[in-house]
Design a protein. Structure first.
Length: 304
């Protein structure tokens, strides 16, 4: 296999049908998301799948804001989360993710599948637009894999037939999404191919994880759909990007209250916080803390 072009989204649509698709391919985005966290391999792979899924879902909706997908488990896996901001124009889609798990419980699981790790729970998908109302959808975490859970979300909440194929290897995370559009958004519905959805799904089901992570988007499309009429759009970039700032952490600390903050300073000499997405550490001296107590929106005087 040739090297996979990485960190991009490839949109395509099948002419004269109600079916569209998207391919997500992540390399440095995936590597940056797992760097310095020390995740076990099973957690890394699940997080990679969720990052690819989040990139795909973000690419299918048009809004300015934040999309987050949370798998909240009851077993060894406590939280698997991916979050993104859509790309606009030449700006890349910005993607990040994090996992929380119980090391001791994880060590007792012989086959660390999603279900074995999560032991039930639920999936929360949140759309938080810059303007407008926040939306949240919840489905049970009761399917064997991430793709199945998200397909169930689309079936219940969006009522759009949607299929997902997700894969990771040591270097890459990738995903393929196929979605059936409502007739009203298809300009020439009467010219549609009634069998297209079933036929395209059957073809997509033949993709392997190694092909999804190892082939370029054009190769994947040719491998699966060379007998179909797929129209391919310009690829869009994806990158790892965290939204944390010192000011944002300062406002969050202010919410703890003066007594709690001063207690931490008295005990530790300063207040130290760390972003769970990118591991950046923010340190607030006693003077910084007093400034936060007085005015959380003030520019922090100390930067590390």
């Amino acid at each position: 296999m040739s090297a996979m072009p990485t960190d991009r989204l490839q949109r395509f649509i099948f002419d004269d049908t109600q079916v569209r698709g998207e391919i997500a391919q992540l390399h440095s985005t995936y590597q940056q998301a797992i760097a310095n966290h020390g995740y076990p391999l099973a957690i890394e792979r699940l997080l990679g799948e969720l990052l690819a899924a989040c990139a795909l879902l973000t690419a299918t909706i048009k809004f300015d804001g934040t999309l987050s997908i949370e798998f909240r488990g009851k077993g060894a896996l406590k939280l698997l989360m991916a979050e993104s901001n859509p790309g606009v124009g030449d700006r890349a889609q910005r993607l990040r993710g994090v996992a929380r798990f119980d090391d001791d419980a994880l060590a007792t699981i012989a086959e660390p599948t999603l279900q074995a790790l999560a032991e039930g729970g639920h999936v929360v998908i949140t759309l938080d637009p810059e303007e407008g109302q926040r939306y949240q959808g919840i489905v049970a975490l009761d399917k064997p894999d991430i793709a199945g859970c998200l397909e169930e979300y689309f079936a219940q909440s969006e009522q759009l037939p949607t299929r997902l194929w997700l894969a990771t290897d040591a270097e890459h995370a990738a995903g393929l999404l196929i979605q059936k559009l409502p007739e009203e958004v298809v300009h020439d519905a009467e010219a549609g191919d009634d069998d297209a959805w079933d036929r395209i799904n059957h073809l997509a089901d033949t993709i392997t994880g190694a092909e999804l992570t190892g082939l370029g988007a054009e190769q994947v499309l040719h491998r699966l759909f060379h007998e179909e009429h797929a129209r391919v759009f310009d690829p869009a970039p994806v990158k790892f990007s965290c939204t944390c700032t010192r000011e944002r952490f300062g406002r969050a600390l202010h919410q703890l209250g003066a007594q709690e903050l001063r207690s931490v300073v008295e005990e530790q000499g300063q207040v130290e916080t760390q972003c769970h997405f990118c591991n950046t550490v923010y340190t607030f001296t006693p003077a910084d803390v007093e400034a936060l107590i007085d005015n959380p929106d003030a520019e922090p005087p100390t930067v590390h």
